[in-house]
Design a protein. Structure first.
Length: 570
């Protein structure tokens, strides 16, 4: 331990002297990795960690490899694990003894490395900025020379020769600009790499551990480095336009006498209206991801809501289904009625979704056609079976328990309540996000959506993935339709036009109709944006028919931007 203390003191003294030199600004730093003192710090830390934390890591990797090695028999595996475990116990004792010295030496090393890196990054930036200025100056002179030479050739030529000279001028200017942009890109790369080297050196000093502040700085550097105004506005232009629209609505609302739009009750109302629609968007999002769509969403909603309304109606229902009934489920426990309503809603939605999915997956019929046919079938069955009669309200107690609101209190003179339907919608988003991002099925969805032929060649069953997406959509529709019955009296006409809102929300949220591109978060944001748009227009007393005009423009703008991005990628 005495040797380590002396070494640390000596390194600290050398670091203090070195930092004084760096403060003078006269020291040339070839690279961070080649700095002699930084190398000494690295070697000292490596010696401290060699028989402690680093050995523990190596031994744990050996144990992991032994457990996976099928060539070893049980006795050999047990011997390796026991031997490594014994060495780990010894290494932990060494690590514990050296922990304090490790922390102190790491702290000293990082302090020096940060000062060194600051000087190095400033040095690299200055060098590259000078180079950039020189390149731009040289480019300006080169352009002037090219244009002067070309003008002479054009003046001396005639006819086709002049056209050839003009073409050569454009070609020469294009080549010169490309060379300049290539050189400027290399300068940007060099400046960025200086900061990357700094972060990597610090991570190495911490034995691989990252730092939140450095990660944030790295992300900011990457964003600035990759930022292009044209790409930014192409990716976010629609959101910027919608944001401006919302700001205008917020300003106009008080002036027009409609009241304050930006209040907590209004925000909660928008979220409540978004809650059930979230399920429909999450379901159709998977189909859009594989370059499909679903026109049966609205009829699925009606079917599930009618089923739920029939089962949860307080008393004998007036609706007869194909002259069967009327029914009275009040003799059943409420828990059993809720479970049956949810189960039947999901079952029938999945059944019809699988019906459409089979023709798409097996016979390669486009989902537009298969779901259109499903929509018409459900529509006919519902209206013929119920004669269009609403099923009536559901039991008030259960309606309030699931679809009601919690009272939060009075804020700024307004009673603020929290809609309970927001909770299941949030859960649905988390579940969908997990499926899309953390499961093999989710990865296969992206693969099939990006290129079904390539996915099939790589061993992915396109049929199973497609059927899985339709089944998942049916489950989401069933859950959403069940909850829809808690918002309004269900009938065969419930959910009219919901498929358009769900599809539009996904497109606005960035899920590409070309397939393979999109995120669940985008679909969720799209639902809130689209619902918020409708709410704002209604709040401002805009005619319902004109609201369709606004929606139409947003949909065509979203699809147009998506198409432009797709063409650019090609």
């Amino acid at each position: 331990m005495a040797t380590e203390t002396i070494d640390r003191a000596a390194l600290a003294a050398e670091a203090a002297r070195r930092m004084q030199e760096l403060a003078g600004g006269t020291v040339d730093i070839p690279s961070l990795g080649a700095d002699p003192l930084l190398v000494k710090y690295q070697d000292a830390l490596a010696a401290l960690r060699k028989d402690g934390v680093n050995k523990i890591l190596t031994l744990n990797q050996t144990i992991g490899a032994a457990k996976k090695n099928k060539m070893l028999d049980a006795a050999e595996r047990s011997k390796i694990i026991a031997d490594c475990s014994s060495q780990i116990a010894q290494a932990k004792e060494v690590a514990a003894r050296n922990a304090s010295a490790d922390r102190e030496l790491t702290k000293d090393a990082l302090a020096y490395a940060n000062v060194l890196a600051k000087q190095y990054i400033a040095q690299v930036d200055a060098e590259q900025n000078k180079k950039i200025a020189r390149l731009r100056d040289d480019y300006g002179k080169q352009v002037a020379r090219i244009q002067a030479d070309a003008q002479k050739r054009i003046a001396a030529a005639s006819g086709d020769a002049q056209e050839t000279a003009r073409y050569e001028l454009k070609s020469a200017l294009f080549d010169a600009k490309n060379r300049l942009e290539g050189e400027l890109a290399r300068c940007k790369d060099t400046k960025k790499q200086a900061f990357v080297d700094h972060v990597q050196e610090n991570r190495s000093l911490r034995n691989g551990r990252t730092n939140f502040a450095e990660n944030m700085q790295m992300n900011a550097k990457n964003y600035v480095y990759n930022f292009k105004a044209s790409k930014f506005f192409l990716d976010n232009g629609l959101y910027i336009a919608i944001l401006i629209f919302f700001i205008i609505c917020i300003i106009i609302a008080p002036i027009s006498g409609a009241g304050n739009l930006l209040t907590l009750p209004n925000i909660f109302t928008i979220l409540e209206q978004s809650s059930t629609r979230m399920f429909y968007a999450l379901g159709v999002a998977g189909l859009i991801l594989i370059a499909g769509t679903d026109l049966s969403v609205g009829r699925m909603v009606a079917m599930g809501s009618v089923i739920t309304g029939l089962i949860l109606h307080p008393g004998t229902n007036i609706v007869k289904f194909f002259n069967m009934g009327p029914w009275n489920f009040t003799t059943m426990p409420m828990g059993g009625r809720l479970a049956m309503a949810l189960a039947l809603s999901i079952f029938f939605c999945v059944l019809f979704s699988v019906f459409a999915g089979f023709f798409t997956a097996k016979l390669k019929i486009h989902p537009f056609i298969s779901t259109l046919a499903t929509q018409l079938i459900i529509y006919g069955l519902l209206f013929f079976g119920t004669t269009g009669t609403p099923v009536g309200s559901i039991d008030s107690k259960v309606k309030d328990a699931i679809g009601g609101r919690w009272v939060l209190g009075v804020i700024n003179g307004e009673l603020v309540t929290f809609p309970k339907l927001i909770i299941p919608a949030a859960i649905a988003i988390v579940v969908a996000w997990f499926i899309w991002n953390k499961t093999i099925f989710g990865k296969n969805m992206y693969a099939v959506g990006g290129n079904a032929e390539a996915a099939a060649v790589s061993g992915i069953s396109v049929f199973r993935v497609t059927m899985g997406i339709f089944i998942m959509a049916g489950i989401f529709y069933g859950c959403g339709a069940f909850l829809e019955a808690f918002r309004a009296n269900a009938s065969a006409g419930t959910g009219q036009g919901y498929e358009m809102d769900a599809i539009a929300a996904c497109v606005v949220g960035g899920i590409s109709f070309n397939g393979g591109i999109g995120k669940i978060g985008g679909a969720a944001i799209g639902v809130i944006i689209f619902t918020g748009l409708t709410y704002c227009l209604t709040f401002l007393h805009i005619d319902t028919n004109l609201q369709f005009v606004f929606k139409g423009f947003i949909i065509i703008a979203a699809v147009a931007l998506d198409s432009i991005k797709y063409l650019k990628r090609k």
